[in-house]
Structures are given as C-alpha cells and as structure tokens.
Design a protein around this ligand. Sequence first.
Ligand code: NAD
Length: 255
Amino acid sequence: MLLSGKVAIVTGGNSGIGKSIALALAAEGANIVIDYIADPQATEDLEGQIVALGDKAIGVEADVSKVAELQKLVDTAVATFGRVDIMVNNAGIETRTSVLDTTEEQYEKVLEINLKSAFFGTQIAAKQMIKQGDGGRIVNITSVHEDWPMPGNTAYCLSKGGVRMLTRTAGVELGPHGITVVGVGPGAVATPINTATMNDPAAMKTLDAAIPIGRMAQPAEIGGVVAFLASDGASYLTATTVFVDGGIMHSSPGL
Ligand code: NAD
C-alpha cells in the first residue's frame, strides 16, 4: 500500500470528487479526516466504507471559508490521529454567472469557498507539517478553468486561477520544508456540481463530443490520481498542475 499509516484531511469530502479522494487515499492505507458542511448521513456512510477498508475515519463539520474552522480540521487530525501528512483542498462551488451578472455576494462566496479556503488550508496544514519536521503533501483541486475560460462562470474561473498561482507560489515557498504542493485540474466529472448539465441531454452530447476520450470522468478517475500524487512516487512533483481532463483542453477539430 502506498500510504500506510498516513493521515489525510479532505475538504468537501463526503460527496463527488472529495469522496472519491477519501476512498482512494484510504484504499492505500491512509486514515482520513472527512470535512463536510452538509449531509451528515453521507459522512457517516463514508466513514463506514473507510473502516471497511481497514482504516480509520472521522467526520468533522467545518465551513472551509472560515479560517478558525480550517484550524479545527487540523487540530482534530492531530488530536485523533497524531499528525497531518496530506491536505487535500477540494471543497468548491460555482454560480454559473457571467461578468455582467455576478453579484457582490456571489463573487465573495465563490472566492471564499474556492480560494480563501485553499490558501488558509495550505497555510495551516503546512505549519503543522513543518512542526512535525518530515514534510508533507498538499493537493489543491483546481480545474481546467484555472487556465481555460468558461464564459458564464466568471467568479469560478477567477477562483481557480487564484488556486493555480497559490499552488505555484506555495510550492516554491514550502519546497525547502519537504512539502510538495500540486494542483489537480479535472475536466468534466460526473458529480453533483454538474447535475444541471447531466440532466440536459443536448448539453451532454455537446460536452462528450468536445472531449477526446468521449465522456465525462467518473470521480474515481480523479481520486486515483490524487492518491498517486500523495505517494512517494510523486516526490519530485511540485508547484504545478496535473490536468485530468480526458484531453479537453487540447481538443481540436483538426483544422
Ligand atoms: P460536489 O458539489 O460534489 O463537491 C463540492 C463539495 O464541497 C461538497 O461536498 C460541498 O458540500 C462542499 N462544500 C461547499 N461549500 C463548503 C464549505 N463552505 N465548507 C466545506 N465544504 C463545502 O462537486 P465536485 O465536482 O465533487 O467538486 C469538488 C471540487 O472539484 C470542487 O473544487 C470543484 O470546483 C472541482 N472540480 C469539479 C469538476 C467537475 O466537473 N465535477 C471539474 C473541475 C473541478
């Protein structure tokens, strides 16, 4: 197993990509702190799945847009499992609003949940890892839209662009401490965040046609990449983004 005895925190960990990451890390032997903000039953079910894999899990209700609640996640990991080896900043939302119609409230909410949380999640986890003295792994779930415009989803793109530079800058700053910081940029993944698109057959047809692999990803196809990035095999990877997008960012009609 790649992550035996490691301790990981996964924000937004009880659904979609976060859940798949929690399960992939646990399948490699990690104990998991599952952050969640809604649906305690889903958290409890996931804890059961992780225990069935032979690992330990604890659900913690924490709003990642608040620094004190991010601190609570790290404090709980240390109190329960003794340390933090892997921090996955995954929680995120989108408003699907354009530059012309995004309100101040929408802007602030998206930036706080997607970017501020990753910034302070990185800071607080890194301080704990430095205290432990033997490095660590920080994985930020960004998006192809850290670099690739999505018209009609402006604040989301801004937030992910910010996470792109957080990953690069923090990766450089934390390298001397043996801490790697890597972004994972999914393309389209079949999760609750995409419910509207998945319920629209015409939109799905257009989307599938634009993806060289020809379909959306399943969440487990992102979780597996994160487990590898948290492992020794990825020890020299930092300050960059791994895109897991079925090739969509490089899709071309061949003209
Ligand atoms: P999701 O809606 O299932 O997951 C988002 C999670 O974040 C949910 O569990 C939600 O409860 C949680 N969350 C929201 N606000 C929170 C807060 N204030 N505090 C704590 N948790 C909070 O959707 P997902 O697709 O699994 O999204 C996970 C991440 O992947 C997001 O950062 C998203 O931007 C990114 N992403 C998703 C896709 C995709 O196509 N699904 C593509 C690229 C990137």
